[in-house]
Design a protein around this ligand. Structure first.
Ligand SMILES: NC(=O)c1ccc[n+]([C@@H]2O[C@H](COP(=O)([O-])OP(=O)(O)OC[C@H]3O[C@@H](n4cnc5c(N)ncnc54)[C@H](OP(=O)(O)O)[C@@H]3O)[C@@H](O)[C@H]2O)c1
Length: 215
């Protein structure tokens, strides 16, 4: 399977690319800084140079993919303008490129709170609004989406056990290791198409949690 992970040098993305490459997938990561290419190659992934914000279209990178993953983010230090160009604009460009090329499978890293952005304040408000709008655009596109909304991300070692739930509005932490493991499993589990789920540290083994996710 050829998978393009956008935001390819992100902390979840690098973990995911490594898992996909180890499984024998063609794991491609979109990065905008050539200096990051070696880190992708070190996990067995193929670096693809491009910029979510500067490039008018992502079609050149999406071409040939069987699935795309949105793992980019403007980051906590960024203002509302970059939430609009990366968290919303980048995700929308990826949706539109996938749709134009007939690449049907799209896995989105969204966020807890995107079900009710209006409940947030401060910098979280434009962030969650961008995430909510990006999710809505993807759902409306008709593509084969799975939208995962992780809790607060940590760099603690993964446990291989999670709480993956379609009941929205929860809070809690989740390791980036376990988010990557869940995304890798989802990419090979078509029954998850059409679902929106929150993801936390938990007790259910990842394959079992993903296998019980269906619309
Ligand atoms: N932090 C949390 O608690 C939390 C909770 C729920 C969901 N999330 C979401 O989880 C996702 C992944 O998180 P993470 O911690 O793995 O992210 P991360 O390490 O901050 O990675 C984000 C990546 O996006 C890339 N990026 C930014 N602008 C770009 C552009 N114009 N073109 C191409 N790439 C660009 C960055 O590349 P550069 O190095 O070039 O900047 C970076 O590699 C994000 O969507 C985030 O919003 C986070």
């Amino acid at each position: 399977m050829d998978v393009l992970v956008v935001g390819g040098h992100g902390k979840i993305a690098l973990r995911l690319l490594g898992l996909l490459a180890a499984r024998g997938d063609r794991a491609r990561g979109l990065i905008r800084k050539p200096g990051q290419a070696a880190d992708l190659e070190a996990v067995g992934a193929i670096p693809v140079l491009g910029d979510l914000e500067a490039d008018a279209s992502l079609e050149a990178y999406v071409k040939g993919a069987d699935a795309v993953v949105f793992a980019a983010g403007a980051g906590p230090g960024s203002g509302a303008a970059r939430k609009a160009t990366v968290d919303l604009g980048g995700a929308v460009k990826l949706t539109d490129a996938a749709r134009a090329l007939g690449v049907r499978r799209y896995v989105m890293i969204s966020s807890i709170g995107a079900d009710r952005p209006e409940a947030a304040d401060g910098p979280m408000l434009p962030y969650l609004q961008a995430k909510a709008d990006a999710d809505r655009h993807l759902i409306a596109s008709g593509l084969d989406y799975t939208i995962i909304r992780p809790g607060s991300l940590t760099d603690d070692p993964g446990t291989g056990r999670v709480n993956l739930t379609t009941t929205l509005g929860n809070r809690g932490p989740v390791t980036r290791d376990d988010v990557a493991a869940v995304l890798a499993e989802i990419l090979h589990t078509p029954a998850t198409i059409g679902t929106v789920a929150e993801l936390f540290n938990g007790e259910t083994p990842v394959p079992e949690a993903v296998n019980s996710l269906h619309p």
